[in-house]
Design a protein around this ligand. Sequence first.
Ligand SMILES: C[S@@+](CC[C@H](N)C(=O)[O-])C[C@H]1O[C@@H](n2cnc3c(N)ncnc32)[C@H](O)[C@@H]1O
Length: 239
Amino acid sequence: MATDTGVRILDQRTPQERNRPFLPGMGKTWLLPLYDIVSRVAGVRALHRRAVALAGIAAGQAVVDVGCGTGNLSLAVLTAHPDARVTGLDPDGHGLRRAARKARRNGVSLTLVQGYADRIPAENASLDHVVSALALHHVDNRVAFAQDALRALRPGGTVTIVDFGGPVQDGDARHHTHGHGQRRPPRAHLRLPHTPAVARNLDDGLVTLLVAAGFADAREVEHVDHPLGRITFVQATRP
Ligand SMILES: C[S@@+](CC[C@H](N)C(=O)[O-])C[C@H]1O[C@@H](n2cnc3c(N)ncnc32)[C@H](O)[C@@H]1O
């Protein structure tokens, strides 16, 4: 556990969760050292900055970054709002240690919690924002994540998710129609991570997830056709 410069890592996994599988950032743990290089080259930082702007974080607010990985979204929040109280949550201890090193280098305070998206490290109704970047397609129990985000947010608090997915255009459906009138599964410009996990985000998958959990005003606020694939920004408010 590290505590210097306000950077700490807390292992909040239950004994059962120590053996719980998860999908790491690059798909394989040994590829993690490449994560930040790939992320930088792919222009992911601009997505983080946009998510931070859309989240509408105010001075001193409490923010949890779900699936924080190596901490880039958390650090983007702290760059824009140095006095925000930010916690990054991820099951991957290797990612969290990288996040901690970067936070120390940047001289910012950051709490990093080793744990899973379905148990957000916050008291009931205590958070102003839940944010998450490129992580929801990795999360196994997304329904429990959405329900726990609702629990942890105060009334009026927001969840802001940026991930692969979003609306499938008419042109996509035409493009993916092939022989004998069969339709391939819609891909919505998805190029790199065309997996069943990502397919859950297509069309209004993320919006439906948040509505079912009880969020108000869940909607795609924008999307971008990124070289990695269609990226959707989805936001909702705790009633
Ligand atoms: C593609 S990385 C995104 C990392 C970071 N948010 C970013 O934008 O660079 C996906 C992250 O989701 C994490 N993850 C996988 N399963 C998870 C779960 N059940 N709960 C929380 N995070 C999870 C992975 O460990 C990984 O760090």
